[in-house]
Write a protein that binds this ligand. Sequence first.
Ligand SMILES: Nc1ncnc2c1ncn2[C@@H]1O[C@H](COP(=O)(O)OP(=O)(O)OP(=O)(O)O)[C@@H](O)[C@H]1O
Length: 235
Amino acid sequence: MSVPVLETENLVKVYGKGATRFDALKGLTFEIHEGESVAIVGKSGSGKSTLMHLLALLDEPTAGVVALEGEPVNRLKPKKVSQLRNDTFGFVFQQFFLNPNQTVLENITLPLKIAGVGRSERNRRGLEVLEQLDMADKARNKATNLSGGQKQRACIARALVNKPTVLFADEPTGNLDTVTSEIVEDILFGLHRDHGITLVVVTHDEDLAAKCQRRLMMQDGEIVTEEHGAKGTHA
Ligand SMILES: Nc1ncnc2c1ncn2[C@@H]1O[C@H](COP(=O)(O)OP(=O)(O)OP(=O)(O)O)[C@@H](O)[C@H]1O
């Protein structure tokens, strides 16, 4: 079998110490393979976001290992980790995190700016993904002047502009109405199906989770069950 794009070994996260110590993740070992769609589900406080932050190299575990394409990340220098994160991952969050003072195009090309890509190439690639998401006509709009669904599409565009291997989505439809949620879900699963992007979704939404090929059910910092097989039409 191929090397997993992400794997963890005995992943532990402890917040605080002494009387305020909280064991948020209690030794998780699992793999995510390239091209999979995986949902991380569970009640509020079960450790979903903590796990996603560790997988996405946004935070460090207290103990245990995260390996990216077979390489344990804890052996790498912080600068290399940042570079890998920017090159390999795209992020879509519930809260959008768009800069209201910048245009849509400026917002979505930020990962390319961080990677040191020049302005004209940034704009070319930015317009290409906006085109793909049917948002090219909004390129010069300020990011505030968009509907919720358009904001989330802009976030997806920003997540895709670096052609990531893995797309992390934390409650991507949490702030959207049902119809707009479906549009955003269709885009995410379309990227998965048609472009082979690996999708890691943290969600409370059972319908969204059901569309993923695998569901990791979390409870009190542990994966208590794992379900396989998409329940929807996106096998
Ligand atoms: N920085 C922190 N300091 C202390 N405790 C924390 C910190 N971050 C998270 N926790 C605790 O760790 C536990 C897991 O939090 P986490 O955000 O991963 O849960 P979650 O499953 O994503 O919840 P939600 O669905 O509400 O977002 C919670 O009990 C939370 O209070």
